[in-house]
Design a protein around this ligand. Structure first.
Ligand code: 5GP
Length: 180
């Protein structure tokens, strides 16, 4: 539809970022900054992701958003749904007691963390990020939620690089608004 076309036209392809020679570069980095600057497209992106969650997971209790670009979409979605927001952060950024799990990246390991009391046992969660590539980030985040006995209903991203088959690594469905 028209909204998706507009959003797609504002996803800028950037070669050789973040570094030449790593996976993202072979596929082009997708820069979402032009989208964020376009108020109509940015709000359409949030609306479409929110509608999907509302229709598919009407019982969602919490949105979990991933450091850093998941923070640009997750909170807007959580507010529209009337549920809370929980951040997953890179190591050393969250105060208090945390749980952490290593995240395999193409160029090494990253630790992802969540506050220990962030999720109550049995709480139903949808995880939001901007983009699905290899799936390592979303997979690790699913594990963090499950480690705290939360229930991951599904994952939702703006964009999926389908050629990397990241969705196949995840224990739940991942909805993407746009795909390569
Ligand atoms: P994965 O763990 O699926 O390989 O990578 C996804 C994570 O890396 C997401 O948190 C996403 O923000 C970031 N990422 C990887 N490639 C891109 C890209 O081309 N564009 C954007 N905006 N983020 C990317």
């Amino acid at each position: 539809n028209e909204k998706k076309k507009l959003i797609s036209s504002l996803m800028r392809k950037i070669p050789d970022f973040p570094k030449p020679g790593i996976l993202f570069c072979l596929i082009f980095y997708r820069d979402i900054c032009p989208l964020l600057k376009h108020p109509e497209a940015f709000s359409a992106a949030i609306d479409l992701l929110t509608s999907h969650i509302k229709d598919t997971y009407p019982n969602v209790e919490l949105i979990v958003g991933l450091d850093a670009r998941g923070f640009l979409f997750g909170p807007g979605i959580a507010i529209k749904l009337g549920v809370g927001f929980v951040p997953v952060r890179k190591q050393g950024k969250l105060p208090g007691e945390t749980v952490s799990i290593p995240c395999e990246k193409e160029y090494g390991k990253d630790m992802l963390e969540m506050q220990k009391d962030a999720i109550a046992s049995g709480q139903k969660v949808v995880i939001v990020d901007d983009l699905l590539a290899t799936g390592g980030t979303l997979l690790t985040s699913c594990k963090l939620v499950e480690q705290q006995e939360g229930i991951v209903l599904g994952c939702v991203v703006l964009f999926e690089l389908t050629e990397l088959n990241g969705a196949g690594r995840l224990p739940v469905k991942c909805f993407s608004l746009l795909q390569s």
